[in-house]
Design a protein around this ligand. Structure first.
Ligand code: GLN
Length: 491
């Protein structure tokens, strides 16, 4: 068995038994990054020397008997988490020279647990996108290929670098962030598990802000158990984030073996959308059957405002983004392009620093917040967002969790769906409702499309009930027995 076949749980056992050292594991991953990253472009910045230093410290900690489940585990950090002393770009030109003087809470928690950071993973610029093509540092290639085709596919987005790195085994696991699907959709496109926890479960402190009422950090990994191990370390109250929830963090790993016997699983009629790949609808039916066979009760439910999810999201998210991105003015962070006066300097800096998708969102956001349109768009969207939340709270009086597909298609080709932004936005149709409602949702790899690409099923849970999400996801994972591997990977 290759060192790259190890999951976090398996690697931790070997590390504890001294069958493997953290330095050996990290050295193997550093080499794999050097070999495959030039092709995949999954990392914007690789940090092999820092990783090796951390691995040495991890070995010392293992020897001293103070290791955690993550000590010595090499991971990729989405380049949206501020890392002290290590460049953090958010995949934007405007932050190209930015070296944060401080560490995000989530990355600090992982560092304190002893995780080794191999580098900063590529993403869509400011996490705006579903294909990783908006990165100022170039697109990421999905390590998966369609059967009999060499065409380059996207890894999904915005956490596309994290997804490609873990799938191609140039990271054992990764962090992601999810505002409208950016953990779940790329996980589905690359055959990984990934969970967006309840809004407020993980601190947003030190994560470059996109849409603050939606942004959540979460793990992406080879399987459901590895996600639970990571989330155990990433979650928890933080007084540096005013929306962080003062809640105990349960042991997510313990929930994996609960089973689904007696659980009520809702199947929302509104997610049976026309235009969805038929392989995905067939897989959804399989997922329903797997849960029923394991003793769950399947209940048809309705989430009547689902069709407003995308329009509401594409008002609320750009509105918040336009406000959050006002801080990039050439004075405080990153890029500065001198001009004739202050206003001219602002304009030149922002014109040069932001890519076209980011500019589009700033314009939409500014428009929907402007005098005379605020009530018609932003306020209306806020009201409908409440109705979407109510759909979920109503449904959760009848069911314990909800099962849907993660995305309406498998990974698509680099260059496809680019003609018009709305086609790209349709990718998020199954993921944005849970984001708007703030409920936890996980994508589990559950099968392959007819042309050999991974497909995911999404499990949505009640606020702060990630444990049920993990239990249902583990049940699907066990039944699916997904073991396919991408063509491009470290061996
Ligand atoms: N694809 C969605 C967007 O473009 C979601 C992105 C995200 O979750 N960060 O906004």
């Amino acid at each position: 068995m290759s060192i790259f076949d190890l999951t976090i749980a398996a690697a931790a056992k070997k590390l504890a038994a001294k069958d493997l050292s953290a330095v050996e594991l990290t050295t193997a991953y550093n080499k794999a990054v050097a070999a495959l990253n030039p092709r995949l472009n999954a990392y914007i910045t690789a940090t092999p020397d820092l990783a090796l230093e951390q691995a040495k410290a991890a070995d010392a900690r293992i020897a001293a008997g103070t290791a955690t489940a993550l000590t010595g585990i090499p991971i990729a950090m989405k380049d949206l988490f501020c890392t002290a002393g290590v460049r953090t770009t958010a995949a934007s030109r405007i932050l190209e020279p930015f070296i944060p003087p401080y560490e995000s809470t989530v990355s600090a928690k992982l560092r304190d647990a002893g995780a080794v950071v191999l580098g900063k993973a590529n993403l869509d610029e400011f996490a705006m996108g579903s294909s990783n093509i908006t990165s100022a540092y170039g697109p990421v290639e999905n390590p998966w290929k369609r059967n009999g085709s060499d065409a380059k596919l996207v890894p999904g987005g915005s956490s596309g670098g994290s997804a490609a790195a873990v799938a191609a085994r140039i990271a054992l696991a990764a962090t992601g962030t999810d505002t409208g699907g950016s953990i779940r959709q790329p996980a589905a496109f690359t055959g990984l598990a990934g969970i967006k926890p309840t809004y407020g479960r993980c601190s947003r402190y030190g994560i470059v802000a996109f849409a603050s009422s939606l942004d959540q950090a979460g793990p992406m990994a080879r399987n459901v158990e590895d996600c639970a191990i990571l989330l155990n370390a990433m979650a928890g109250f933080d007084d540096k984030d005013s929306t962080s929830a003062p809640r105990e963090v349960p042991n997510f790993t313990a929930a994996l073996s609960r089973g689904v016997k007696g659980l009520k699983i809702g199947i929302p009629a509104e997610y049976r959308l026309e235009g969805t790949n038929p392989d995905i609808l067939a897989l959804w039916d399989k997922g329903i059957a797997w849960l029923r066979e394991q003793g769950a009760e399947i209940i048809d439910i309705s989430l009547p405002h689902t069709k407003y999810g995308l329009p509401v999201y594409y008002i609320v998210a750009p509105a918040e983004a336009s406000s959050n991105l006002a801080r990039y003015d050439g004075v405080r962070f990153g890029l500065r392009v001198e001009g004739e006066d202050l206003i001219d300097m602002y304009e030149r800096t922002r014109a040069a620093g932001f890519g076209s998708e980011v500019k589009r969102r700033i314009m939409i956001g500014t428009y929907v917040l402007s005098h005379g349109y605020y009530d018609a768009y932003y306020l209306k969207a806020q009201k409908v967002r409440n109705l979407i939340l109510k759909d979920f709270t109503d449904a959760f009086t009848k069911v314990d969790a909800i099962l849907t597909p993660t995305a309406p298609s498998a990974a698509f080709g680099l260059g496809e769906k680019m003609d018009d932004p709305v086609t790209m936005y349709l990718n998020d149709v199954f993921t944005v409702p849970a984001s708007l409602a703030g409920v936890p949702a996980m994508s589990v790899p559950a099968g392959l499309s007819a042309d050999g690409l991974p497909l995911g099923l999404q499990v949505i849970g009640k606020h702060f009930d990630e444990e049920t999400v993990f239990a249902v996801s583990a049940a699907i994972e066990n039944a699916a027995g997904f073991s396919a591997l991408p063509e491009v990977r470290a061996k």
